[in-house]
Design a protein around this ligand. Structure first.
Ligand code: NAD
Ligand code: UFG
Length: 338
């Protein structure tokens, strides 16, 4: 299949592009570079061993999308493009709603006009807000706790309505839990700008000496060691989940949501210990007050993805730590040095 990846120069998009090519598909990448860099595409090309079709531009630009569908016979679109920082979404809600909703609406309009009706959407565990139960099944109630999560919820709703209106659509929303790690080559990985918001990039920068210590946000949660519990999955497993989803929707009409997670909850302190053991590095930390808006526990019930997509997360957190550490050591300033 020929697959268009919007946001294809981002963290998850690059790893997924590699796995699509490994599975025998061809890819076309589109990215505005609002949270990526042009050098990234050359890194992906080094891994796959050939050049790739790549467009710089806005996914909410209907003319550009139309041009891409004219240039390429696209079978499926995987829609990664979007802004993703929760805290920033609280400060700049209009920017988040405008970007994330415009991208999805414009993409669907152009796809409808061009008769391309197979879509995989990057959703998020944030659609569950503060979960009522863990592990979280897809049938749990949905409510967003911040504007970022609301954009995911709204787009899911739009896609579900679209699938009802026209049964020719085949749509899957993948609700990612916490992707970590990097491609084992050390050529691509997560490249947060400024101070990382997320736990694992922060740990890696502390281990590398770029930051003096990790701040553990609260040790008084109702969890085994008091620190927050999440479902961390290797980004390569997450990428494989997209390959499974794209192959699944080829003959599966309608709309369906799937959790992509391991089903295992891991605490902040366990994460630190696993990283230290997997990499032989030291990660000093101090416990500070809770981060506003954080929840105690969030991990997936991944049964539906296993049963219907035939997908399970296979790689360990230790492997993800080793791969993240290789990426960090070989690219101490991310892609900036290219
Ligand atoms: P990322 O920021 O690395 O990738 C997103 C890419 O989209 C970036 O390269 C950015 O430049 C691009 N982009 C943003 N707006 C665009 C626009 N209007 N037009 C074209 N390109 C645009 O983030 P990621 O971690 O790779 O996330 C990919 C998707 O997965 C996002 O939709 C994100 O919300 C979702 N997601 C991520 C996580 C996570 O923890 N990383 C968790 C759940 C869901
Ligand atoms: N944490 C720290 N110190 C840090 C960073 C994080 O202790 O410097 C803790 C958090 O308090 C939390 C855990 O590590 O307990 C994980 O935090 P992350 O920020 O890595 O991940 P979150 O689960 O809070 O958020 C992520 C994405 C969101 C998304 C959410 C649900 O960043 O975009 O998962 O999918 F909405």
């Amino acid at each position: 299949m020929k697959i268009l990846l919007t946001g294809g120069a981002g963290y998850i998009g690059t790893h997924t592009a590699v796995q699509f090519v490994a599975a025998g598909h061809s890819v076309v990448l589109l990215d505005s570079l609002v949270n990526s860099r042009p050098e990234v595409v050359a890194r992906v090309e080094r891994i796959v061993g050939h050049s790739l079709a790549y467009y710089t531009g806005d996914c909410a630009d209907p003319k550009l999308l139309d041009q891409i569908f004219t240039d390429h016979d696209i079978d499926v679109v995987v829609h990664f493009a979007g802004l993703k920082a929760v805290g920033e979404s609280v400060e700049q809600p209009l920017r988040y709603y405008r970007n994330n909703l415009d991208c999805a609406l414009t993409l669907c309009e152009v796809m409808e006009a061009r008769g391309v009706r197979r879509l995989v959407f990057s959703s998020s565990a944030s659609v569950y807000g503060t979960p009522e139960q863990v592990p979280i099944p897809e049938t749990a109630s949905l409510h967003a706790a911040n504007p970022y999560g609301a954009t995911k919820l709204f787009v899911e709703r739009i896609l579900a309505d679209l699938a009802v209106a026209n049964p020719a659509w085949h749509i899957v929303a993948l609700r990612y839990f916490n992707p970590i790690g990097a491609h084992p080559s050390g050529l691509i990985g997560e490249d947060p700008q400024g101070i990382p918001n997320n736990l694992f990039p922060y740990i890696a920068q502390v281990a590398a000496g770029r930051r003096d210590k990790l701040r553990v946000f609260g040790d008084d949660y109702p969890t085994p060691d008091g620190t927050g519990v999440r479902d961390y999955l290797h980004v390569m497993d997450l990428a494989d989940g997209h390959v499974a989803a794209v192959e699944h929707i080829a003959d599966q009409a309608g709309w369906r949501g799937y959790n992509l997670g391991t089903g295992q909850g891991v605490s902040v302190l366990e994460s630190v210990r696993t990283f230290e053991q997997a990499t032989g590095s030291h990660v000093p930390y101090e416990v500070v007050p809770r981060r506003p808006g954080d929840i105690a526990e969030c991990y997936a019930d991944p049964t539906r993805a296993r049963e219907e997509l035939g997908w399970v997360a296979r790689r360990t957190i230790a492997e993800a730590c080793a791969d993240a550490w290789r990426w960090q050591r070989e690219n101490p300033n991310g892609y900036a040095a290219d």
